[in-house]
Design a protein around this ligand. Structure first.
Ligand SMILES: [Zn+2]
Ligand SMILES: [Zn+2]
Length: 188
């Protein structure tokens, strides 16, 4: 995992792969400003970044992030980043997710809910930001629980718990056999 700080945040002393939740939200807000400067030809340049509220959530695991827009005048956006996603993927990959969400901001402001979330309008804006088309894929599990008898996966978890520490004390729904645990890929 690269630790080079290519995005010129003012948090020069901070390791960008070791941020806590609040720091992640702050780093994303700061990164959005550098995106606006670096992609001056993209429609992101015309967006008032102060209208975006940045959050990081420990609960959000079904996707890497999402953007909610209230179509008031002016519109207001909330971008929620998955903290488990950040832990799984690291900062560099999250910057792609952040640009993807900024593309949603642009499209939501220009078209409201009249277009599909990842339709052609979105594709154009995402391309102008070098943003991945997929920003909402599920986070890989940190722990996977398997049935010791038949081997089927019974559950996936993002955090350690008694089930991941003492899986043999729990029984599988399929065979009523003890569980075993594997640590998922992609986590450091
Ligand atoms: Zn999206
Ligand atoms: Zn089984």
């Amino acid at each position: 995992m690269s630790r080079t700080q290519t995005h010129d945040l003012t948090t020069h002393e901070t390791d960008l792969d070791q941020l806590d939740r609040d720091e992640l939200a702050a780093a994303a807000e700061q990164y959005a400003r550098t995106v606006q400067e670096s992609y001056a030809d993209s429609p992101i340049a015309g967006v008032e970044l102060a209208r975006i509220d940045w959050k990081a959530s420990s609960q959000l695991c079904r996707s890497g992030a999402y953007c909610e827009t209230e179509l008031d005048d002016p519109p207001a956006h909330t971008i929620v980043l998955s903290y488990p996603g950040y832990r799984a993927w690291g900062w560099d990959r999250m910057t792609g997710v952040i640009r993807h969400e900024l593309a949603h901001v642009v499209v939501n402001e220009q078209f409201g809910d009249e277009v599909r979330p990842h339709g052609p309008e979105f594709r154009d804006v995402a391309e102008s930001l070098d943003a991945p088309m997929r920003g909402e894929e599920p986070i890989p599990y940190r722990y996977k629980l398997f049935c010791r008898r038949c081997g089927s996966m019974t559950d996936g978890l993002y955090q350690a718990s008694d089930r991941t520490r003492n899986p043999w004390n729990y029984t599988s729904p399929c065979c009523q056999a003890p569980l075993q645990v594997e640590t998922g890929e992609g986590w450091r």
